[in-house]
Design a protein around this ligand. Structure first.
Ligand SMILES: [Fe+2]
Ligand SMILES: [Fe+2]
Length: 194
């Protein structure tokens, strides 16, 4: 499906903020893909679709994943916002006719990240965090680091998520911790300080 066609469909699926955010993530992902030598089209496609499952919340999200046979863990069941990547991947496959596994993986893992992400998965994870609509303390620094060292940026993003989750007092998914530790180990293995 053409990206313009997807945007036209998403106009009816997402609220204005989420649509603008998705367009921004698409553009940020394009810049990062150019910078790091990833596939620009795949980056744009994954960027525009990464939150396409965001409308499914609460019980709707729980029912959706049951329908597709995904076995959610206890944290995902109690914190169903965590499921929108899984739902998004399924919608991308079924509704938006995306067959590319790399694009589908980037949509699936964008919320928590995971151990051993591909370059495209890293790009979408980071682009989601630093797109222009995002504003929080330290964001300018994070945007700069995204283009200097994506691995370090992943550590910053996951730490920022962890701090946010702790402040909110909600459940923290282990994949976020794994994502942080894994990127930190990569950095340490390069004998660099973080
Ligand atoms: Fe998301
Ligand atoms: Fe997002």
């Amino acid at each position: 499906m053409e990206i313009n066609t997807i945007i036209n469909i998403l106009k009816n699926e997402l609220d204005a903020y989420r649509l603008n955010h998705s367009i921004n993530v698409m553009e940020m992902a394009e810049s990062l893909a150019k910078h790091y030598g990833a596939d620009v089209h795949k980056a744009r496609l994954a960027g525009i679709l990464h939150d396409c499952g965001k409308n499914y919340q609460g019980d709707e999200a729980r029912e959706y994943i049951k329908k597709i046979g995904y076995i959610a863990d206890e944290v995902e069941i109690r914190q169903p916002k965590l499921l929108h990547g899984i739902i998004g991947e399924n919608l991308a496959r079924e509704k938006y006719r995306v067959a590319d596994e790399e694009v589908l993986g980037a949509i699936r893992w964008h919320t928590t990240g995971k151990v051993g992400m591909t370059l495209l998965e890293k790009i979408i994870y980071v682009a989601d965090y630093i797109e222009p609509l995002r504003s929080f303390e330290g964001i300018e620094n994070m945007r700069r680091i995204a283009f200097e060292d994506i691995e370090k940026c992943i550590v910053y993003c996951s730490e920022s998520t962890i701090k946010f989750i702790l402040k909110k007092g909600v459940l923290l998914h282990k994949n976020t911790v794994d994502t942080r530790n894994y990127s930190l180990m990569i950095i340490r293995d390069r004998n660099e300080k973080y």
